[in-house]
Design a protein around this ligand. Structure first.
Ligand SMILES: NC(=O)c1ccc[n+]([C@@H]2O[C@H](COP(=O)([O-])OP(=O)(O)OC[C@H]3O[C@@H](n4cnc5c(N)ncnc54)[C@H](OP(=O)(O)O)[C@@H]3O)[C@@H](O)[C@H]2O)c1
Length: 268
């Protein structure tokens, strides 16, 4: 990609995007500019990745074609307002802040600005992220292809409408927390069965990762894949019966309904 890429803020999530982008070779480090308030943080990134250290957020806005806003949600609108007049006419601004809408971004950046709202999740830190991408109407198909390619550097990415953002928060942004709880619970049970704890986490996590891969790679219905494991009168169907009795699926659906409701409230 020929374009110059900028980062305003580059903590956990910014680094996941930056690291994935550089590792993919899609953008040379010499075409990337980063600004964070702490000069030490930028210097550490410059040493690690060879990117350019910008002196201010406005510099990033002036120099680059695609600007990632990767600051905390509470800081995003102020930071964007501060760079609005420094952006170039054709610049594309990508916000990854949870809960900040395209309309809020347009209010501070201008309604004539190309904007993308993206929602990655923490597995991005290990190159297995899932990101939703929501462009406004001014973003061209070529821009969208660039943004999708950037987020696919560290996982999967799909374009969705903004109305779908709350299910995305439930099924992707917040989902790692529920999966970690499931892994922890399975490992606790394995420890109860006598397995050393370090092995228990490995077996549990690998079972989750392998099962997820089967869903993604076989294209089979999760129910059919579950049926494949349940031999008649066997061990697995015993566990499945107890999970049904305890309402696993209903608990997950109710938890996610709460999560989506909170996401809707936070966007108001
Ligand atoms: N972590 C997740 O799971 C996740 C998932 C989806 C979306 N997000 C979104 O990603 C965004 C960043 O989250 P994070 O976890 O990466 O946060 P983080 O690790 O705290 O990083 C925040 C970054 O913003 C910089 N910063 C703070 N104030 C600034 C300012 N006024 N101007 C420019 N830069 C400033 C910080 O710089 P210093 O180090 O110099 O203070 C730091 O580099 C959030 O909006 C969040 O909603 C996160």
């Amino acid at each position: 990609m020929e374009k110059k890429i900028g980062f305003i803020g580059c903590g956990n999530m910014g680094k996941a995007i930056l690291g994935g982008l550089i590792a993919s070779g899609q953008v040379p480090a010499s075409n990337i500019w980063v600004y964070t308030p702490s000069a030490d943080s930028v210097e550490a990134l410059r040493e690690q990745y060879g990117i350019n250290a910008a002196q201010s957020a406005q510099d990033v806005a002036q120099i680059t074609d695609i600007v990632f806003g990767a600051v905390k949600p509470g800081d995003m609108l102020k930071v964007m307002g501060d760079i609005a007049s420094s952006l170039n006419k054709d610049s594309l601004v990508v916000s990854i802040a949870a809960g900040i809408t395209l309309d809020q971004l347009a209010t501070v950046l201008g309604h004539d600005r190309k904007l993308v709202r993206a929602m990655p999740n923490t597995p991005a830190l290990v190159n297995a992220g899932m990101t939703s991408i929501t462009p406004n109407v001014l973003v061209t198909p070529e821009d969208i292809a660039d943004i999708v390619a950037i987020f696919r550097c560290f996982g999967h990415a799909e374009v969705i409408s903004e109305a779908m953002i709350h299910p995305v928060v439930g099924v992707s942004g917040s989902a790692p927390a529920y999966v970690f709880m499931f892994i922890e619970a399975m490992a606790d049970a394995a420890v109860l069965g006598g397995m050393p704890r370090d092995k228990a986490y490995k077996f549990a996590a690998q079972a989750v990762m392998g099962s997820a891969k089967m869903v993604l790679e076989t294209g089979q219905h999760p129910g059919a894949l579950k049926d494949m494991v349940c031999s008649p009168g066997g061990t697995t169907i015993e566990a499945v019966r107890v999970l049904e009795q305890k309402g696993l699926r209903s608990a997950v659906m109710e938890a996610m309904e709460k999560c989506m409701e909170k996401s809707r409230q936070m966007s108001k």
